[in-house]
Design a protein around this ligand. Sequence first.
Ligand SMILES: NC(=O)C1=CN([C@@H]2O[C@H](COP(=O)(O)OP(=O)(O)OC[C@H]3O[C@@H](n4cnc5c(N)ncnc54)[C@H](OP(=O)(O)O)[C@@H]3O)[C@@H](O)[C@H]2O)C=CC1
Ligand SMILES: O=C(CO)COP(=O)(O)O
Length: 334
Amino acid sequence: MRAPEIRVAVIGAGSWGTTVASLAAVNTPTTLWARRGDLVETMRSTRENPDYLAGFRLPDELEVTDSMEEAVGSADVLVMAVPSHGFRDIAAEAAGSIRPWVPVVSLSKGLERDTLKRMTEIIGDEMPGRPAGLMTGPNLAKEIMAGQPAASVVAIPDSTIAVELQRILSQPSLRVYTNPDVVGCEVAGVVKNVIAIAAGMIEGMEFGDNSRATLITRGLAEMSRLGVAMGGDPYTFAGLAGMGDLIATCSSSQSRNNSVGLQLGRGKSIEEILDSMNMVAEGVKSSPSVLELARRYGVEMPITEQVVAVCHEGRSARDALAAVMARSNKSEFD
Ligand SMILES: NC(=O)C1=CN([C@@H]2O[C@H](COP(=O)(O)OP(=O)(O)OC[C@H]3O[C@@H](n4cnc5c(N)ncnc54)[C@H](OP(=O)(O)O)[C@@H]3O)[C@@H](O)[C@H]2O)C=CC1
Ligand SMILES: O=C(CO)COP(=O)(O)O
């Protein structure tokens, strides 16, 4: 049932922003902002986003615009779907139009490179005083757009706002859970992209199911170690934001991070791979920041360390694997 009193603005019309705007539009008035006027015109006239979700029809109710003021000025909820490298600039632009009490929800699974800040921290910097949270979980855009059954998590400290966001974003095919653990959910989303690159490498080197299961499980250990050290709730990492997203991203050929890893595992260079992509693979840019956080918090992240070496220091996937396997013997839960 539509709830006309809540107006949603989704900022960023890539695969995930377009998908989340399409979910919300079925429940409540929603405007999707794209930075390119030509894409807005195409979406208006064809009811499709051919650059990111070709073949999927946008709901008739969804409005699209390239005017930030039009999208944000009357919004009751702001959803930020911009990749982490552009997040602060676009948040600063949106801040010029946003009303003082409006909650802001990040969809991005990356860190700011120089400051190592999470996206909700950037929201705090650029839009001070607004409640900041995120939506995360095992949510590959095309499957959600196709209405395949899945679940998501909305993490925001205020439980009244969380329940309202849950209502706006839910679909018969998408169960949305709430979780007050913003830090844990956010760190999980960032780290799973790094681990997904490593999972892709495993596949690219033609190793099988034991190898992937080992990687996912030890990746979960790294994610939990860092997340808990940063203040996250240990249970979060066993949930949809942690293990759930890790399994989806490490197993799916639709994942951009996994696909980068696959090609690295087959011996392609990172430059060649990134040049051929029009979509973002957050784990490439955020892996050095994750490693820096690990050092700052005094936790070991050996898989992340090797992803950084392959993506940024020219190490081969095979040498990276050899380095991880040659580590000294230890107890599983140390
Ligand atoms: N796709 C998915 O399945 C999911 C993605 N996410 C996360 O959502 C975030 C957005 O990803 P997604 O929608 O997939 O991205 P896409 O790669 O599909 O699209 C990128 C979007 O960001 C815009 N963009 C790129 N660079 C900048 C910049 N410097 N400043 C402003 N806008 C920019 C692009 O605009 P333009 O077209 O004009 O270049 C485009 O709208 C990422 O952090 C990702 O990790 C989370 C869950 C699922
Ligand atoms: O976050 C995602 C699924 O939950 C999307 O993963 P990729 O960015 O690797 O495609």
